[in-house]
Design a protein around this ligand. Structure first.
Ligand code: NCD
Ligand code: ZN
Length: 411
């Protein structure tokens, strides 16, 4: 019997972490039912998109984003608003952070978060707060990607958990952890994890050359540690911080040009596995207060910036697929995500890698409506985003309402 598909995407050059070819990509009931060379689909499709001349990448998986719901910071960003920005940037799955107010540190509170997340247009999963006093909740909670250790001060975190004795007990549980750990704190954490850790540890937003070096050594020694870099640390440095003021202030702060070079070297040699946004929406009015809260939006601009870097020869499109989809899905065991393959979720982004555009505040769909990259010319434009077989971004607009579901964490 001929394969039936709700949607056929015909002729795009499919680039995955493994290679590229002109493809027929068919989706039905949210999953890929056919992935093959152009012309190879001989089934029946209800709708066909002629994507000749476009490039298809796996939908991006952003494993580090702050969607401010539920709680007192919901005016900075909601699952509805920030997921739309994500869709416009080719992101089809997000893992959100627990430094909401109140923290997401109990099983009951995570249920409240889950209710908010139903309004997301993209798929989602959650990081859970490890606050040092909630081990019973951490052991009871179901289907979280990782337990977040905040070991430095940042938005919402005034007394970080940088206490080695408490860390030992947590790391010895073997639960998956993700850490905000900068500089010397990272060294302390890596040493504690090397000695006491029995599970995986993921390091958020690596920013300093010496952090890259510490991770390189840890990995060479076989430590179960992975790492991500954020676009603002790859594409901005301390000179931009001086220019941008509060709009260029985040934790970690922007670093020197040498640190940026070291980050790219860490990406090139695999020390840094993934790129993740640390999307941290704050309104312009928040940023005008003194002191201003650290953090910048980034979920809509990650892919255009990476495409521009690819156009400049800094990395390949296959690298982008690996760094933003395959590796992040693999690190957290996100079922159905990270690959364009029959049976996997039909998540795709169609881009024109050579079309130039300008990143502007006016185009940002985030609640804050600004970006530190305002005015930057980039080569590479996100044209369409497909989430489980449905277009959620096309023709410069969000398509449909909500529809995102919770991803299953299977590691
Ligand atoms: C984040 C925020 O605003 O929630 N801010 C930031 O500067 N990165 C918190 C964090 O991830 O550190
Ligand atoms: Zn963060």
């Amino acid at each position: 019997m001929a394969t039936r598909a709700l949607l056929l995407v015909r002729g795009a050059r499919l680039v995955t972490a493994g290679g590229s070819f002109a493809a027929d990509l068919a989706a039905h009931d949210g999953r890929f039912v056919h992935v093959g060379p152009v012309g190879s689909f001989d089934g029946v499709a209800d709708a066909t998109l002629d994507a000749d001349g476009l490039t298809a990448l796996p939908g991006l998986v952003d494993v580090h984003a702050h969607f401010r719901e539920p709680g007192v910071h919901a005016h900075k960003g909601t699952y509805a608003s920030e997921s739309r920005a994500a869709a416009a940037g080719g992101v089809t799955c997000v893992l959100t952070m627990p430094n909401t107010n109140p923290f997401t540190n109990t099983v009951a509170q995570l249920e409240v978060v889950r209710e908010c997340a139903r309004r997301s247009v993209i798929d989602y999963g959650f990081h859970f707060m490890a606050d040092g006093d909630n081990l019973a909740e951490m052991l009871a909670v179901r289907n979280v990607a990782a337990h977040k250790l905040y070991l430095n001060e940042t938005t919402g975190i005034t007394s970080p958990l940088a206490d080695e004795a408490r860390l030992r007990g947590l790391l010895a549980t073997g639960l998956p952890f993700m850490a905000h750990a900068e500089g010397d704190t990272l060294n302390m954490l890596l040493a504690a994890h090397a000695q006491w850790g029995t599970g995986p540890l993921h390091i958020g937003h690596v920013a300093l050359a010496r952090e890259v070096e510490a991770l390189r050594r840890a990995r060479a020694a076989g430590q179960w540690v992975t790492a991500e870099a954020s676009p603002h640390h790859l594409f901005l440095d301390e000179t931009d911080a001086a220019r941008l003021g509060p709009l260029g202030d985040m934790r970690p702060t922007l670093k020197t040009a040498d640190d940026v070079t070291a980050l790219w070297a860490g990406i090139a040699d695999g020390t840094i596995d993934a790129v993740a946004t640390d999307h941290a929406p704050h309104l312009l009015s928040d940023k005008q207060r003194v002191p201003a809260p650290p953090g910048v939006p980034g979920i809509q601009t990650m892919l255009p910036l990476l495409l521009d870097a690819a156009a400049a020869g800094r990395l390949s499109l296959a690298d982008i697929a690996r760094l933003t989809s395959r590796a992040p899905a693999a690190i957290f065991g996100l079922q159905g995500k990270g690959a364009v393959r029959v049976g996997q979720d039909a998540d795709l982004v169609l881009v024109d890698p050579s079309a130039e555009s300008t990143i502007t505040n006016a185009d940002q769909l985030t609640m804050p409506g600004w970006t530190p990259f305002d005015g930057r010319r980039v080569r590479g434009t996100v044209l369409r985003t497909l989430r489980r077989g449905e277009w959620i971004w096309a023709d410069g607009a969000i398509q449909g309402e909500a529809g995102g579901v919770e991803v299953v964490v299977g590691r």
